[in-house]
Write a protein that binds this ligand. Structure first.
Ligand SMILES: [Zn+2]
Length: 376
């Protein structure tokens, strides 16, 4: 039985509390206040926090979940774990039925046989049932109408996994799909031309999340509130923000977070080139040019990001000007809740999975534990 004790300031119950003793034993957490920790406890100078949870990540370190390869998946999971992510929703792109099936199959295998790195807790199908007009970097030829049989077949490849699906509610067949699978899949409004009324209707059908709020959807106009307006005024829907300071202006990151308390999930939407040098990279069938911190198609539109969760948290604090206590839940508790894993992840709490990170005072990730095992 291996036991590790960390003592210092820790993010618990929504605040950074001093004199917290975090015990990691057999992959599980025990958390208590203690001014006099045992001698074997390690003193932590920074902040002990729950591991980050990224519900929208395609790749990193040269690999992409669409590669449908366990070694590629391992690279992604290890790369993002180094930046503080301890759990992910492995995210696919609009692909051919065959390519999607292969990708989901490899994700399911990686979730079982994983080595070191972030844990796969969910599959996020970003497309293919989206609006071609708002495709962004998604392959237009792979975008199609909802197909319940295809969905059923994909679910069967990873039956024990949580599922998220980005869908454009205005396309034909979207309503039937959402209403049929709302208890099995978390539907996320995205890559959509939906207006306010259409987005509100989709929430009534059972959608409950918004994919990269502001990007690839109708923004907020005072006479046309758009999908963004539906997210802001919803009582319970959650929404993703790509907090790299490029996809969404820092002022709008701040505004959305203040308008949607406990409902924002920070995501990376990271693609293959994340962590690598500038150059030309593949995003499924597209060539993407990486330069000056952005990944773009040849027409200049953004194609995923080069973001890590570590950097996203820093951006929210340093550029959006939010207090760190307000930002950490957006990378931990909110994503855990929307994935349906908040009973064991997203918090430093008694009996929870020992997914723990240590941040420096400058919010750099210093140490990472996934289910109690420290990443080397
Ligand atoms: Zn994406």
């Amino acid at each position: 039985m291996s036991t590790l004790l960390l003592h210092g300031r820790a993010f618990v119950r929504g605040a950074i509390e001093p004199d917290t003793l975090v015990t990691i034993r057999d992959g599980v957490l025990h958390v208590e206040q203690s001014a006099h920790p045992p001698a074997q406890a390690q003193h932590i100078a920074g902040i002990i926090a729950p591991g980050f949870i990224d519900v929208h990540v395609h790749g990193g370190d040269g690999a992409d979940f669409m590669d449908a390869d366990e070694h590629a998946n391992e690279r992604i999971l290890r790369f993002h774990a180094k930046h503080g992510t301890t759990a992910v929703a492995a995210t696919t792109l609009s692909g051919s039925p065959d390519d999607l099936e292969k990708a989901v199959d490899a994700i399911a295998r990686s979730a079982h046989t994983r080595e070191e790195g972030a844990e796969i807790c969910a599959v996020h199908l970003e497309g293919p049932y989206i609006n071609r007009e708002r495709a962004g970097a998604q392959d237009p030829a792979s975008i199609r109408r909802p197909d319940l049989q295809e969905v059923e077949a994909l679910l069967a490849h990873a039956p024990e996994m949580k599922w998220l699906m980005t869908i454009a509610p205005e396309i034909e067949g979207a309503r039937a799909l959402i209403e049929s699978y709302r208890n099995r899949i978390t539907f996320s409004i995205g890559h959509t031309a939906a207006d306010y009324a259409q987005a509100v209707a989709a929430l009534e059908w059972g959608a409950s999340h918004f994919t990269h709020l502001f990007n690839a959807m109708n923004g907020l106009h005072h006479r046309e509130p758009g999908a963004v307006g539906a997210a802001l005024t919803s009582a319970s829907a959650t929404a993703e923000l790509i907090a790299d300071g490029i996809h969404v202006h820092p002022a709008v990151l701040r505004l959305a977070t203040q308008a949607m308390p406990h409902r924002i999930a920070l995501v990376t939407d990271a693609m293959r080139a994340c962590g690598l040098a500038d150059g030309v990279y593949k995003l499924y069938r597209h060539d993407v040019t990486v330069q000056n911190g952005a990944a773009r198609l040849c027409d200049g539109s953004l194609a995923g990001s080069l973001l890590t969760m570590e950097r996203a948290v820093q951006t929210m604090v340093e550029q959006a000007g939010l207090p760190v206590e307000a930002v950490l839940p957006l990378a931990t508790e909110v994503p855990a809740r929307l994935l349906g894993i908040a009973d064991r992840k997203g918090k430093l709490a008694e009996g929870y999975d020992a997914d723990v990170i240590v941040l420096t005072p400058g919010l750099e990730v210093e140490r990472v534990f996934v289910r109690g095992r420290e990443l080397r």
